[in-house]
Design a protein around this ligand. Structure first.
Ligand SMILES: [Zn+2]
Length: 597
């Protein structure tokens, strides 16, 4: 249902954008209006094309490795680098330290399996991607750019392994020693940090093994190879802004991958997609003004707190967890930062200097974002900021900092409404909230303490019990198939833990409400049915076969069908509400039912 609700929110966002063009009221709305006007102006794609040609041409001025590092710094600053990116945020072990993070690289194709050809159709996608790059490059005046696909194929394995890395913190000087082939002075200089400043800063490297590989590339790639890489990256970043003839090849690759042709997506949706990507902060703030309501915010906060309380009770009652682990788990729930509907405190905003064409505007929007990052790092921010978009129909748990975020866009019908029964509200939005809260104790979340610092607080016995229980859940999901492929119980484990525990605490919260209302047996049964029906409905979807296939490889969530069928069958309340018998398909022997939280 998230897609359906997002479609409704998107239509509101388009109305909002039109108003930003006609009557902008705030500085963010002005920036949005001007971004939209430039994009929708006649021949704007020709402007983007000319700008891209300039960019591709300027790559020719790169003659030394130092020039390469300057170019890297500039592309990091404009947020158009795929080798790594720089963002600001708290340090994992000390969340009160605000740092620059150097992140893992990204790939055009969904993941390594597509470059290796180890997934059905993978090789075919890889070959079409390579020839699309080559053809687009030739149209733009540069032959040989298809080679970039081979570079990616070579380094994809290092990107993949970087996901498992532990982050590492370096001073500027240590960074220089550890990755010595990179000219960091040139790189940070182009980013806006002089030697006196960056050498005394601390940096978090999210994927050290990947950065080691970039360092290796710096040592071994020729300047010509770097030119190919930069030109291809520019094309990959900006092809969607170009006239149809230049877009077509790469769009076809995406269509074959995800099953959606760009021509099916109206011009409005392309525009909105772009705004969401480049101007997320502005759009988020403008949307906040549309949905702002302190009364509603309080109502939802209470709803969230009712589930938070039931999580605390459940942890307190767990028979498998010892009291030493329990007390930190409960403290973690007490200290959970709740972000409800929209951020109340805003951080310094830097408006982008928008220009003549949409490509320039995307670069400028990236630069404005980096300027804000720089300010926050220089200010030594100590508390976390809300930077998840308010317009997203989703919810989040951020392990670093122990933070829960519920954007306004998801808190609406049919997820939540004053007209819904309480059973339906807890079954839909309640389970979303429960899911995010349980992420605090999933495979990854459990490694962080009550302050959201990375620190082991589990007793060895509790840790072992946790692992034994989660293995059972992994096995259960491994049995299921979709489109001829097995569900990966290990890849989806954290999400499955969150689904299972999330339903348990949302259901408990509903039962407390029913108790308070002194509900009769009939009412109780009706509300429980509404709970499960609303939960199942919240996962209904229409998905393209191609998209489902990609998701089976890359998505950490189970397919929607199993997020329902594999969860409800662990709850006696579900058996009671629908009189489920042993002969029914989803019936699970009570001994096989799993309760972790
Ligand atoms: Zn999740």
């Amino acid at each position: 249902m998230t897609d359906e609700v997002q479609a409704i929110v998107d239509s509101e966002l388009l109305v909002l954008l039109r108003r930003c063009v006609a009557r902008p009221q705030t500085i963010e709305e002005k920036a949005l209006g001007s971004f939209v006007s430039t994009y929708t102006a006649p021949k704007s794609d020709m402007g983007a094309l000319a700008h891209l040609k300039d960019l591709l041409n300027s790559v020719g001025c790169m003659n030394t490795r130092d020039d390469v590092c300057v170019a890297l710094g500039k592309s990091l600053y404009s947020k158009t680098c795929t080798l790594f990116s720089v963002y600001d945020g708290p340090e994992e072990k000390h969340t009160n330290h605000w740092r620059f993070h150097i992140s893992n690289g990204t790939l055009f194709l969904p993941d390594l399996a597509y470059y290796k050809g180890s997934v059905v159709g993978g090789k075919h996608h890889y070959i079409s991607y390579k020839s699309a790059l080559e053809a687009t490059g030739i149209l733009l005046g540069y032959a040989g750019l298809g080679e970039f696909a081979d570079y990616e194929a070579e380094y994809a394995v290092h990107i993949e392994s970087g996901y498992d890395d532990d982050t590492k913190v370096y001073t500027g000087k240590e960074l220089e020693n550890a990755y010595s082939a990179i000219n960091w002075s040139a790189l940070w200089g182009a980013y806006g940090l002089d030697d006196a400043e960056w050498k005394h800063m601390r940096f978090v490297v999210d994927a050290p093994s990947w950065l080691r590989h970039v360092n290796h590339m710096m040592r071994t790639y020729t300047v010509d190879q770097w030119r190919t890489l930069f030109r291809a990256v520019h094309i990959v970043c900006f092809f969607s802004l170009l006239p149809a003839k230049y877009r077509k090849e790469l769009e076809d690759v995406n269509e074959a991958l995800y099953g959606l042709h760009d021509s099916e997506m109206g011009g409005d949706m392309r525009l909105l997609g772009l705004v969401k990507q480049a101007m997320a902060l502005e759009l988020s703030r403008a949307y906040k003004r549309v949905v702002e309501s302190p009364t509603f915010r309080n109502e939802i906060r209470e709803f969230v707190e009712s589930i938070q309380r039931s999580a605390m009770r459940r942890i307190a009652d767990l028979t498998w967890m010892k009291s030493a682990t329990k007390s930190t788990a409960i403290e973690k729930l007490q200290k959970l930062h709740l972000g409800v509907l929209y951020p109340v405190q805003a951080f310094d905003y830097v408006s982008p200097k928008l220009g003549e064409n949409s490509l320039e505007n995307i670069i400028e929007a990236g630069r404005a974002n980096s300027k804000m990052s720089l300010r926050r790092v220089r200010k030594k921010l100590t508390s976390q900021i809300w930077d998840n978009p308010v317009f997203m129909v989703n919810a989040f748990y951020l392990a670093t900092g122990n933070r829960f975020v519920l954007p306004a866009a998801i808190v609406r019908e049919p997820f939540y409404s004053r007209n819904n029964s309480i059973g339906a509200n807890y079954g839909a939005l309640g389970c979303v909230i429960g899911h995010e809260i349980i992420h605090a104790f999933d495979e990854n979340g459990k490694e962080y303490d009550a302050h959201g610092n990375l620190r082991n607080w589990w007793t060895p016995t509790d840790n072992r019990t946790f692992n034994r229980q989660t293995r059972a859940l992994e096995k259960l999901y491994n049995k299921d198939r979709l489109l001829g492929r097995h569900i990966d119980g290990s890849q989806t484990l954290s999400e499955n833990i969150a689904d299972l525990g999330g339903m348990a605490i949302a259901l408990d919260a509903l039962k407390v409400q029913l108790e308070l209302q002194k509900a009769s047996t009939d009412v109780r049964k009706r509300e429980l049915r509404e709970f499960f029906v609303a939960y199942a409905t919240s996962w209904r979807e229409k998905a393209r076969r191609e998209k489902q296939q990609v998701n089976l490889v890359v998505d950490v969530h189970s397919p929607a069908k199993y997020r329902v069928n594999n969860i409800v069958r662990h709850f006696q309340e579900w058996y009671d509400a629908f009189d489920v018998r042993e002969s029914d398909d989803l019936y699970l022997d009570p001994r096989e039912r799993i309760t972790i939280f």
